[in-house]
Write a protein that binds this ligand. Sequence first.
Ligand SMILES: C[S@@+](CC[C@H](N)C(=O)[O-])C[C@H]1O[C@@H](n2cnc3c(N)ncnc32)[C@H](O)[C@@H]1O
Length: 280
Amino acid sequence: MIVEWIRHTVTPAPRPLRRMGALHDLIAIDARRRRHPRAWAPHLRATHGVILDCAARLERWDTVVVIGAGLTADIPLVSLALLFRRVVLVDLMFMPSVRLSAMRMTAVELAPCDVTGVIEAVRALPEGAELPAPQGAVPEIDRADLVISCNVLSQLPHLPARWLGQHHHLDEAALEPFRRALIADHLRVLREAPCPVCLITDTERQEMTADRPTAAEDLLYGVEPEVEGSAWWWNIAPKPEQRWLHDVRHRVIGGWLKGYSMRDEAPTDVGPGPAHGGAG
Ligand SMILES: C[S@@+](CC[C@H](N)C(=O)[O-])C[C@H]1O[C@@H](n2cnc3c(N)ncnc32)[C@H](O)[C@@H]1O
């Protein structure tokens, strides 16, 4: 805890994002990864594997855009930097270690960006005003040969929803359509990319008691990405990290994004798919 507090104090970060807890969240997830190296290893390996497999199936390796790369713990950065001329990392902010990597590797560029387009609007929202609509956009997506959305999709509503809960006293039921809209909008942006898209995301949270699930939660609020690839369990919080008596695990899917649907609605197909060389 003390180490996390010191990191929070000394790490530079834009003041609004710091106030909203973005730096705190990054440091907390990094600290959890360090506390549970054995439990997290299969998930990190699987994420690396999916990314490299997708990258290997392309026909052009000029630009790759990686969304959610604030820590790069789950991204095979060195391999991507050898393979592509440009590796554009996109996140709200970057930890100093990632900044250092970008200085060392000429291919790596940092593109700080809120890919939902709502965070500043939420922070400045007047009391009682309507919630902002998602304005999703991703830097350099038009020039990309591959876009990777890496363990970020389920996280997109987290920061703005927490702020709205704390400062506008909105409860979970009021926030649910907002959360769902942010997640769906990110998939819309990915769907419109002019190149193949690799999506890696957690989809479900389970609490486990003696190897049996005793509680489950949909992390995507009824949005269902269709991914051609693999799926695995991420042992994100072995007990007593989150629950004294339960392990917590997330189901993760990773591979080519093919489309998505909202539960009870018709599927939306992805335009170009991995046709630029990707066989899935
Ligand atoms: C679970 S972490 C993923 C960790 C990561 N893939 C890595 O670099 O090791 C979620 C990431 O999503 C980023 N994120 C959350 N909301 C975002 C937004 N609106 N725009 C861009 N990045 C966002 C966070 O800053 C964080 O780095």
